[in-house]
Design a protein around this ligand. Structure first.
Ligand code: ADP
Length: 484
């Protein structure tokens, strides 16, 4: 079992209206450690009824929460940030146990997750309206920003903490209560956050965590007219479904959906830096992030050398239980994920790709997979069209800038992209022409709390983090003061 400094952080109950509770009919589901296949415990399996209760509690808590001054809300968020950092070792251990990522990555995520509380707490004090120049002498035109109201959030398992705080922090900062449904595969990180919310002084009902039947909980969140905004991070098909379900009540939506990131290495790139960036971008979280490099395009002149240096680095990655020191790649989240990876590799090999390393399940068993590199990959292969969400790097060859931009943009997704080049004119040109919400130039890691995270095309709507991230939780009110 888990050896925590503070065992009370591991909760096996949901958190609704400031109370720890079970499902109404007492059902539970097990939570499994993907590295060992062992059960870590259970959580309640809730549905529409419990979700409704959490939404109603949020609505009841809303007036008092929005009435607090920005500074009062900021102080609570600051405390929540501090508590996360103080308990970082335990939070990271919980995360690695339920999600599989290496402990060092889990610790990195905990501090990244906490940073949203700090940042949005500070931003709460900077929610500003406007006074507009009036077209008539007897009128004054005023614009204010108000909290949108009760919010709901649905989050994925790949970042069990950060995907939550990136939504909860701006909601609370803006003056909105929020009901969360974390992924059923990684509920303990979410519940640990609820323990700390309580300790930080978040009033009851302002933050609730409902766990269980995703379809039933999601349907209630979408249909309930009290909920004014839904924020979702997950797959594009589920995003489309939620959008449809929110249409009858015309909810505001933030959607962070799938990506199919291109990673381009031009002839003039610093090759060592490009290799390092590609490894970091591809193999972080075992390739299970929506901004992971999914298609690596390398220009003809440096292709063979890049492939050689990159494969050498990938071969050196240590696969193992994320709890062990020095591990670079943990298990995938579940067997289904491995099956997708295997399909993508088999499809590529059958169409002429070459295996440079890896390609198989890892000898450690469970859902461990060998870090894999494929060369001579072409656009007709599945790896080019779909997000692999696993540790497979497909290397495509290209000749011209024009050609690679067309290839990179030839996808319904538009979340992140990366490229390595040194010619300043090319850097600017390519950055402008790539159709994604985020572009990493000469870096493989782009996420932080200050920058706007989000996509274009079918990768989603809205932005998270940054000063823009607050807007998703605010509505504009125009006040026309007449008869002056
Ligand atoms: P992934 O493939 O990364 O698991 P999903 O989109 O399936 O992506 O999952 C992301 C989140 O969406 C999880 O919290 C999951 O429980 C939730 N989810 C899945 N299906 C639905 C649904 N029909 N309604 C609401 N939430 C859902």
């Amino acid at each position: 079992m888990l050896n925590l400094k503070d065992p009370s952080l591991l909760r096996q109950q949901a958190y609704i209206d400031g109370e720890w509770c079970d499902a109404i009919e007492g059902q539970t589901v097990a939570v499994t450690n993907p590295a060992t296949g062992e059960s870590l415990g259970t959580v309640p399996h809730m549905g529409a009824q419990e979700t409704r209760r959490a939404i109603e509690a949020a609505n009841a808590a809303w007036p008092a929460w929005r009435k607090k001054t920005a500074r009062e809300r900021a102080l609570i968020l600051r405390k929540w940030n501090d508590l996360m950092l103080e308990n970082a070792d335990d939070l990271a251990a919980i995360m690695t146990a339920e999600q599989g990522k290496p402990l060092a990555e889990a610790k990195g995520e905990v501090s990244y997750a906490a940073s949203f509380f700090e940042w949005f707490g500070e931003q709460a004090k900077r929610i500003e309206g406007d006074v507009l120049e009036s077209p008539a002498r007897d009128r004054r035109l005023i614009v204010t920003k108000e909290p949108i109201g009760v919010c709901a959030a649905i989050t994925p398992w790949n970042f069990p903490s950060a995907m939550i705080t990136r939504k909860v922090a701006p909601a609370l900062a803006a003056g909105c209560p929020i009901v969360l449904k974390p992924a059923e595969l990684t509920p303990y990180s979410a519940l640990a956050l609820a323990v700390l919310a309580e300790r930080a002084g978040v009033p009851k009902g302002v933050f609730s965590v409902v766990i269980g039947d995703a379809k039933a909980i999601g349907a209630e969140m979408c249909a309930n007219p009290i909920v004014r905004k839904l924020s979702f991070t997950g797959s594009t098909p589920v995003g489309r479904l939620l959008m449809e379900q929110c249409a009858p009540t015309v909810k505001k939506l933030s959607l962070e959906l799938g990506g199919n990131a291109s990673f381009i290495v031009f002839d003039d790139a610093d090759l060592d830096a490009a290799v390092e960036g590609a490894v970091a971008s591809k193999y972080r979280n075992a390739g299970q992030t929506c901004v992971c490099a999914n298609r690596i395009y390398v220009q003809d002149g440096v292709y063979d050398e890049f492939a050689r240096r990159f494969t050498e680095k990938v071969k050196a990655l240590k696969v193992g239980n994320g709890m062990e020191p020095g591990v670079n790649q943990g298990p995938l989240i579940e067997d289904k994920a491995i099956v997708k990876v295997e399909n993508h590799i088999a499809d590529a090999l059958s169409k002429g790709a070459r295996l440079l390393t890896g390609g198989k399940r890892h000898e450690l068993g469970h859902s461990f997979f060998q870090p894999t590199v494929l060369a001579d990959v072409t656009p007709d292969m599945l790896v080019s069209e779909e997000e692999t969400f696993g540790p497979v790097a497909p290397l495509f060859r290209f000749k011209t800038e024009e050609e690679v931009i067309a290839l990179a943009n030839n996808t319904e997704f538009g979340l992140a992209s990366y490229f390595y080049a040194r010619d300043i004119n090319r850097v600017w040109r390519v950055a402008e022409r790539i159709e994604t919400g985020m572009v990493g130039v000469n870096t493989g890691l782009i996420s932080n709390e200050i920058a706007p995270f989000g996509g274009v095309k079918q990768s989603g709507l809205g932005r998270e983090g940054s000063k823009y991230g607050m807007d998703d939780y605010l509505v504009i009110k125009y006040i026309c003061l007449g008869g002056m």
